[in-house]
Design a protein around this ligand. Structure first.
Ligand SMILES: *[C@@H]1O[C@H](CO)[C@@H](O)[C@H](O)[C@H]1NC(C)=O
Length: 183
């Protein structure tokens, strides 16, 4: 009876210590990533947005700057794709021809961003062609800015918040890639 108890107790201790060790390792990974994110985001023009964007995706071990850059570029692409769908939805709803024209121009701009500019930039980034990657992302940010300009009337662009977010995320991506390029 006593032997069984001792055995159980030992087993429990062993289990607890392994469990604790695993938890400590996980915590250490998070601290490392938080440090990296903080360091990188300080070099971008939108520190808080940068941290908020990177923190949820950077909890995997071995995060590095290139991985973070590519994650941000993919988030820009995700937002741009989402916005393109949103524009297509607005086009279906509007009855104002001027508004419809402005939306159609935005859709065209977003199609180049989603189909060409960003995918090419992401591929360039993966090959270490940082200059080319930044060129594509900056170009995407410029195209997105143009989208706001075509809307008539006082109420202006129904897309300005989305455009602004994509513009800011692009600038964050460019800043991180600049850090990479400097090595
Ligand atoms: C758009 O960007 C926000 C802010 O970084 C991010 O949290 C969100 O996941 C992105 N959306 C898509 C569809 O990628």
């Amino acid at each position: 009876m006593q032997k069984t108890l001792t055995f159980l107790l030992l087993f429990l201790l062993l289990f607890l210590s392994v469990h604790l060790q695993l938890q400590c390792e996980a915590a250490a990974i998070n601290v490392d990533n938080d440090d990296l994110i903080e360091k990188i985001c300080r070099k971008t023009p939108f520190h808080d947005l940068c941290v908020a964007t990177l923190q949820p995706i950077a909890n995997t071990p071995g995060s590095n700057i290139k991985g973070l850059a590519s994650s941000v570029a993919n988030i820009v692409l995700g937002n741009a794709t989402d916005t393109l769908h949103y524009i297509e939805g607005l086009i279906k709803q509007t009855s104002d021809p001027k508004e419809e024209r402005a939306l159609a121009e935005c859709a065209e701009l977003y199609i180049s961003v989603v189909k060409y500019e960003l995918p090419q930039a992401i591929e360039a980034l993966s090959k270490g062609q940082y200059g080319f990657a930044n060129y594509g992302i900056s170009d995407a940010a410029k195209l997105v800015d143009q989208c706001d300009k075509g809307f008539p009337g006082k109420s202006g662009s129904p897309l300005s918040d989305r455009n602004k977010l994509i513009h800011s995320l692009s600038q964050i991506a460019v800043a991180i890639i600049n850090v990479l390029a400097k090595g």
